[in-house]
Design a protein around this ligand. Sequence first.
Ligand code: SF4
Length: 725
Amino acid sequence: MSTSPEKETVRLTSCPHDCGGRCLLKVHVQGGKVLRIETDDGEEPQLRACARGRAYRQRVYAPDRVRTPLRRTGKRGQGSFEPISWDTALDEIASRMLDIRQHFGNEAIMYIAYSGNTGTFLHSQLGVFRLLTLFGGFTPCWGSASFWGSLFSSEATYGTLLAGHTPDDILNAGLILMWGWNPAETVQKTNTAWYLARAREQGTQIIAIDPRFTDSAAAFAQEWVPIRPGTDTAMLLAMAHVMITENLHDLPFLEKNTSGFESFEQYVLGESDALSKTPAWAAQITGVPEERIVELARLYATTKPAKLLTLGAPGRSAFGEQFHRAAATLAAMTGNIGIYGGEPAGFGLPPVGLKPEAGTGLIARSMPGNLPEGARQRKAIHITRLWDAILTGKQGGHGADYKMAYITNANPVNQFMNSNRAAEALSSLDFVVVHEQVMNATARYADIVLPVNTNFERNDIIRPWQGGPYCIYMNKVIDPLYESKSDLDICRLLAPRLGIDTYGDMSDDDWLRDFWQEAEKMTHGEKLPDYDSFKQMGIHRMERPKPSIAFEKLDKENPFPTPSGKIEIYSSTIAERNDPELPPIPTYIEPWEGPVEAESGSYPLQLISTHSKRRIHSNMHTVAWLRDLEPHTVWINSVDADERGIADGDAVRVFNARGTVQIKARVTDRIMPGVVSMGQGAWYQPDENGVDLGGCVNVLLKDTHSPAGAFCSNTCLVQIKKYLE
Ligand code: SF4
């Protein structure tokens, strides 16, 4: 009897990593195997996947997938493990956790989780968060490596994170300033690049202000204005100076909608500190010619509507929050808030679709069987201070002496600053558990590694984490490979071993149905289809007659939930902190490891760490198709390369007091002199002398944050030498 081959089917899903997009993947499956992946090919604007999403098959079937639970057999970091059974692994984890809790308290258990999955309803860090909370608490981490400066500024200035426009509004702008903004690679909402291309075609003036001539600058901008890293605030202040002295600012708007402009004006004009923030002053600091600053100020003030677009990069610096506060102030000075084609230059969430709280059901108190009263976390540690906390504990001023790290949805050795110190810190702990899909830099430091399935191997719901008018049902495409399980399944198995009987025994489908029903209350007024219809459709797009913009009702009502009810150029909440490094008006503060220190110290080059189109942070680093897309190099200007005798393609060592990275040089005038750049996310791979051969930029970065908590990944000084073997 002959059996007919199973028919090829197509299943809709998305990828949940922290790239800034949420695209549609159409996965062709036959016989339980992924054959190929297509993407949205319907009407424009499509939710079209990038090369990373299209290469997802190689990630699912990666040779370095963790296949079984593993127990460490060699030194931490060495990468020697033996397979063990699930029962053995879970019993061992439970026994160590109970022992640590009994002897050192819950605070000795640190939970390190980050953005492995972002915007998903079910499979995220929240499953373990829930487990550890029910266990009696833990020490969590706080902060964001991406956009904390923007988030902080948006809350302080506008009182909300809903301070963005949907990308279709790009077509309404007369001028676009792409300030440290590179959506061609970082994606920044799935179809942003498509709208920028249309804007360019229709003749919109687009200018890129950036130390690098990025792919976005090349594709969309008519002009590139190179600027020294960490000095953007100085340039914005000088532009404000031009607007004030030439009377180009929108005084009626400022008077009606803002508070504290007078203090800012006094500071800009030098009346409060005897230093006028003139274009000449800023030119010295930024490297941007004085006349160009004047022209840009006039252009931005007189072209209406105009967008100053940014998300994270300039704010990922020593006093990064100041950049975002200054950018929002200029948006107010030009009256570009609450109008189509304008932009508040705040955190980019537009008022559409599901709000950020949708999908937090696993820890929301209203859910049945959820967290008990009194369940609590311990003193949180900023993600840049984790290694110091582990190594110095209470003596170093931290909340506890930490004994254990539980790590999921994150690759912190690689992605948080000072990787050498990370390796030292994790090596010093009594016990480290890691949930992982691949044997990455962090998994190598675990005592027990638990294999987690990929999002192709489970059902979930996802929304664009930067807001957007759609959500996708992420269909399970294939059965879990090898012995892998979801984080949630692991928690379900671990809970009873930890004496927890309230974790909940709802199935994934029950949870998702529940969360979806709750989500109806968490939209901006849009109706959602019922769960079964949504699941069948795979994608729900919300119809809108026009772009969604922040503060649209400015004329009719006061939309700013700040203490003054206005846009706070002088922030009363910041003033309450009474921190001289965090002034209440946007201020330029000379950064540590900035251009001034570069001129006098041993490390004369400013290093910035950029996003790469071949990785999503450290995800997909080992995917062969993507490696071919873009070699991992350090960019160096030909002037700096010539001084050092470096030719394109040479092996070089990039170093400072924190470490050394060996990597190939890309000599290019696409980066300004005095600045070098490396893509973040390449896997840390120290040799026996401690030289990182993997090209991990975090080896070089200082493990500290800005006064408000911004991750300073663009504040770093290095030297580069040609490496001769
Ligand atoms: S990595 Fe981001 S932009 Fe690329 S396909 Fe996935 S969701 Fe889309």
